[in-house]
Ligand binder design. Structure first.
Ligand SMILES: Nc1ncnc2c1ncn2[C@@H]1O[C@H](COP(=O)(O)OP(=O)(O)OP(=O)(O)O)[C@@H](O)[C@H]1O
Length: 236
C-alpha cells in the first residue's frame, strides 16, 4: 500500500519548547496508524502540521503527496479531520448540521447512514451546546467521515465514549481502511491501539522512539510494557 502521510525530520518549537524535535515516520493507505506518547510528546503538534494548521520550522510533511500548509480546497476535501474539541457550531442539531455539511461535498456518505451507525438518532433533537462530550464526539466523527476522505486524522476518537460507542467507532474506523483510506489515530489507550492499529508510532519528547507494524513494535510483549520502557526517560 502507498505511503499517504509522511513526516520527515519535522521540527516545531513554541518559544523555548521543542514540541517536535526531528521526527520521521509515515502512514500507509489501507492501514490504521496509531500515534502514542506521553502528554506533551508532540502528537497534536505533528497532526496539526499534517492538517495544515501549523507550519513546520524545519523538515517536511506531506499528505497525499501535497504540502498541507496553504493547500487548496481540493486537497482539504480529501482529508477528514476530527479534533478533540469538535469545533461544531453550538446552536446546531446533529442531523441538519450533517446534511448541510454533506451538501458541500461532491460524493458524500449519506448522513442518515452515519446517524444510524453512530447512534446519533438517540439525541437528534439536542443542540450541540446541550450534548454530552461523547455525543459531541460522535457528531464530530460523523462530520469527518462525510466526504469519504482518503486520509482521516482522529485525535483521541474514543476518549470518554461509553463501551458500546467505542465498539461502533472502532467498526466504522476499520471500514474506512477497508475502502482504502489511510487513518491516523492519536490515542492514550493501549487497548485501542492493540485492537485497531496495523502500524504504531510512539513519540517521546518530540522524537520517534518506536515505528513499525504493531507486532514488530510489541515483539512478543504487551504494547503497554514496550511503551513504558521506551518513554520512561522522557517523562522524568
Ligand atoms: N500553541 C502552542 N504554544 C505554546 N506551546 C505549545 C503550543 N502547542 C503545543 N505546545 C507545547 O508543545 C509541547 C507538545 O504539545 P502537544 O500538544 O503536541 O503534545 P501531545 O503529545 O499532543 O500531548 P497530549 O497527550 O497532552 O495531547 C507541549 O510542551 C506543549 O505545551
Amino acid at each position: 500500500m502507498a505511503t499517504a502521510v509522511s513526516v520527515r525530520d519535522l521540527r516545531k518549537s513554541f518559544g523555548g519548547v521543542r514540541a517536535v524535535d526531528g521526527a520521521t515516520w509515515g502512514a500507509r493507505a489501507g492501514q490504521i496508524t496509531a500515534v502514542l506518547g506521553p502528554n506533551g510528546a508532540g502528537k497534536t503538534t505533528t497532526i496539526e502540521c499534517l492538517e495544515g494548521l501549523q507550519r513546520p520550522d524545519a523538515g517536511t510533511v506531506e499528505v497525499l503527496g501535497v504540502d498541507p500548509w496553504g493547500a487548496g480546497p481540493q486537497h482539504r476535501a480529501r482529508v477528514g479531520v476530527m479534533l478533540q474539541e469538535g469545533g461544531l457550531p453550538t446552536t446546531s442539531r446533529a442531523v441538519p448540521l450533517l446534511r448541510h455539511l454533506a451538501a458541500l461535498y461532491a460524493a458524500p456518505v449519506e448522513p442518515d447512514e452515519l446517524v444510524t451507525r453512530l447512534g446519533i438518532d438517540a439525541f437528534a433533537r439536542t443542540t450541540v451546546r446541550r450534548m454530552s462530550g461523547g455525543q459531541r464526539q460522535r457528531v464530530a466523527l460523523a462530520a469527518a467521515l462525510l466526504p469519504r476522505p482518503d486520509v482521516l486524522f482522529l485525535d483521541e476518537p474514543t476518549a470518554g465514549l461509553d463501551p458500546h460507542a467505542r465498539l461502533d467507532v472502532w467498526d466504522l474506523v476499520r471500514s474506512e481502511t477497508a475502502r482504502g483510506a489511510c487513518v491516523v489515530v492519536t490515542t492514550h489507550s493501549f487497548e485501542e491501539a492493540e485492537r485497531l492499529a496495523d502500524h504504531v508510532v510512539i513519540l517521546a519528547a518530540g522524537t520517534v522512539v518506536a515505528d513499525g507494524p504493531l507486532d514488530q513494535v510489541r515483539a512478543g510483549r504487551t504494547l503497554e510494557d514496550v511503551y513504558f520502557e521506551l518513554t520512561a526517560q522522557a517523562t522524568r
